[in-house]
Design a binder for this molecule. Sequence first.
Ligand code: NAP
Length: 431
Amino acid sequence: MKTVKVGLLGIGNVGSGTYKALEMNSAAIEKSAGVHLEIVRILNRRPEAKRAVDVPKEKYTADPYEIINDPEIQIIVEVMGGVEPATTYMADALKTGKHVVTANKAALAVNGKMLQQLAMDHHVMLRFEASVGGGIPIINAVADPLVSNQYDEVLGILNGTTNYILTKMTENGADYAEVLKDAQAKGLAEADPTADVEGHDVANKLSILISLLFGKQVLPQDIPTQGITSVSGLDINYATEFGYRIKLIAHARKENGRLICSVEPTLLPLSHPMAAVSNEFNAVFVRGNAVDELMFYGKGAGPLPTGSAVLGDVIDIANCIAKGAAFDVQPLLHYDSDLEVIGEGMAQYYLRLTAVDQPGVLGNIASTFAKHDIGLKSVMQRAGINDKKTSVPLIFIIYETEYKTLMSALDEIREKNFAKSIDAVMRVQER
Ligand SMILES: NC(=O)c1ccc[n+]([C@@H]2O[C@H](COP(=O)([O-])OP(=O)(O)OC[C@H]3O[C@@H](n4cnc5c(N)ncnc54)[C@H](OP(=O)(O)O)[C@@H]3O)[C@@H](O)[C@H]2O)c1
């Protein structure tokens, strides 16, 4: 049986999970794929540190180029994270004719185009199933069994930490800060949770999905992104009363030559399949013009689920090597669409305002919306909320409106002091 040698750059969560998944399943992999995989060298800058797997010390090196330039190694697995030096190491590995498998969404979102070109130029494969949705096979599914489709829309719950926090806030009525602490204690949130809770991690993944599904490069920093730190228990309760769940949704939709995209807390009707995706689970929902609606669901993170996706890519490549088959160097990501990227676009919205509790205030706000041609779908007014009951929360769901139009109407409401504050503006995704 042919042996294919693999080098691992990084031995953190995903590196250990990949190593362990191979240890667990190597016999089954040999039987089904007909190839013996061996992780022969591992980049470890702290060889004395305790790792989640027992690795013979001689496999470790602190020098990445001992792996990248090793002529015996045919596949490099990059699981270090961060844009640099990971991008440089991957580029150098591709240039030396090695295949690369990566889980690194940050590097791919920014440098995917350049890395793909290098892979094509050097006739080697660049694969990245684990970069979006961890263990969920979305990338290769779109490229292979779903290749006959064109896509109109994608929705993703792509971050386990934020989905866990929103789920617990919904179930227990707990505060954001309290649930974040609990998530950190359970290892479901990083000590510094910024990249997760501010939505940056999801923006990287959406950027990759946009290139994959719509053939357009939209850099993460160009995707309007809002995290979950401002989602309050009040909004979760009002949303529930209206029949919705709040989820951090990565959304992109093609519409009349425009590409609408955002990462933001979004209200989904309870009947929507994505509304039931709870705790640390992830899901990706796509609409293809042939396959229609599809939802992928599973563990979007964690050493073994992510290691499973990494290994899947490694096995695909090793299979080609073992069979002497031609390498599939067709790019998975595309960047040549002429769609105009416009950010938020047209949507229904949930709004929560605090107004002065006096006669006519609701009428003033409603007529401002009417002036901007904004239709009200639902309105809820609650009893006064401060000691003297001088402030009153008003909750609206408005019909489809351009985001810019909504902002103009809210500016006018602010300028005319019809509302003391505009406390929440969230997209509503009906289907
Ligand atoms: N965690 C998940 O569930 C998950 C899911 C999907 C995708 N991903 C992606 O997978 C990648 C790895 O994530 P992870 O959670 O495994 O991260 P991690 O636990 O922080 O592991 C990263 C590993 O790379 C090493 N490393 C980082 N920078 C290095 C450098 N400059 N030189 C040498 N070694 C370096 C770290 O070394 P030290 O241990 O010495 O710091 C560590 O061993 C990231 O791109 C992440 O976005 C992760």
